[in-house]
Write a protein that binds this ligand. Structure first.
Ligand code: AHR
Length: 345
């Protein structure tokens, strides 16, 4: 690690604390903080000086390999690091928070320039994030957020707005059943318990469907974002509940597992049970184009290029936004059919 890069990184972390503090206090109006940060960046001797990518080491702790989305996200990060020339130390946590904490501590010991990670769950990060801060290593959250009250513990959060994704799913459903005269029985396959996407997709969906009292969630359980668990939990839902109208799955993989269970029960996915899912990975889009999934809310896994840019900026002591939201769309079956041939992941 080059000394100048480290200085810039520490500066970026400090500046981001100023920026986050400014936003938190008055919801904006942070011009003064911006000016301060630019002046300080100049003073550091690193303002305007680009650290060579080959001198930057990024430690990245990934959630695991639980879904098609996750595999596409991992590939995007590995490919983008290679392309940018940034040295990547990659660690797979196999969906366990303790593994991620170990990985983060190991990155601190190795004195990487920047740590990035996609937290398995939202809570329980303050101690290790404080250790990174004390070591002067900036942390970038990608894909998933943490619930730490102290926002100075990380530089930025780059990823989707999961609450909005849940709302989009709810809006489509509300529109489909706007004239319903009877109760609509919904089952929900939640993502990993305690994870940001599970919490937020649940709350965004619930918030929107509350407008129609006929839309009733009769069962809701975690399928851990995997196909196998999605199938298993759907089998249990089918056993315990008669006449399920709708399945809302927090990701495509669980929806795909559930489709197997629905077909095995002699029912037609997409017709007997309407299905909404999130992600829009190729397998999900394929099922949607065949009419087995009725509506998919996109969650874009291709965060690698933006992450490398943020890492470079942080090392260079440039100002970064405290929150970078990914742009995403939605797909009906018809739209999925059209988009499928050009789908990258
Ligand atoms: O955090 C993003 C979520 O994690 C994706 O929607 C899901 O497929 C993945 O496992």
């Amino acid at each position: 690690m080059k000394k100048i890069g480290k200085m810039g990184a520490v500066l970026a972390l400090t500046l981001s604390m100023v920026m986050l503090g400014a936003c938190g206090n008055n919801g904006g109006g942070n011009t003064a903080a911006k000016e301060t940060s630019n002046a300080a960046a100049e003073a550091s001797g690193n303002g305007g000086t680009k650290t060579e990518a080959k001198d930057i080491t990024l430690g990245f702790s990934q959630v695991g390999a639980e879904s098609g989305w996750r595999s596409a996200n991992t590939k995007s990060i590995q490919d983008s690091a290679k392309e940018a020339g940034i040295t990547l130390k990659f660690s797979d946590a196999q969906q366990k928070q303790e593994n991620q904490i170990k990985a983060l501590r190991s990155f601190i010991q190795q004195k990487v320039d920047v740590i990035a990670f996609s937290p398995v769950v939202e809570s329980g990060w303050d101690t290790v994030l404080k250790e990174a801060k004390d070591a002067g290593i900036p942390v970038v959250l990608t894909d998933r957020a943490v619930d730490s009250k102290d926002t100075s513990l990380y530089v930025t959060f780059l990823g989707s707005d999961f609450v909005e994704e849940g709302r989009k799913a709810g809006q489509w459903l509300t529109e489909q059943y706007k004239d319903a005269a009877e109760d609509v029985k919904i089952v929900e396959l939640q993502g990993t318990t305690g994870s940001a996407p599970a919490n937020d997709r649940m709350s965004g969906f619930a918030e929107v469907i509350a407008a129609n009292p006929h839309l009733k969630i009769i069962a809701s359980q975690s399928g851990d974002f995997t196909r196998a668990k999605g199938k298993e939990v759907m089998q249990a839902f089918l056993k315990a509940n008669k006449d399920i109208d709708v399945l809302y799955a927090h990701n495509d993989d669980m929806a795909l597992g559930a489709i197997q269970a629905i077909e095995a029960a002699g029912l037609k996915p997409g017709e007997d049970i309407r299905i909404i899912s999130v992600d829009a990975v190729k397998d999900g889009m394929q099922a949607a184009s065949e009419g087995k999934i009725n509506f998919i809310v996109e969650c874009n896994p291709l965060l690698g290029p933006q992450l490398m840019q943020v890492v470079q900026d942080v090392v260079d002591g440039k100002q970064v936004e405290a929150r970078i939201v990914t742009e995403e769309s939605t797909f009906t079956s018809e739209q999925a059919k059209e988009a499928l041939p050009n789908r990258q992941y």
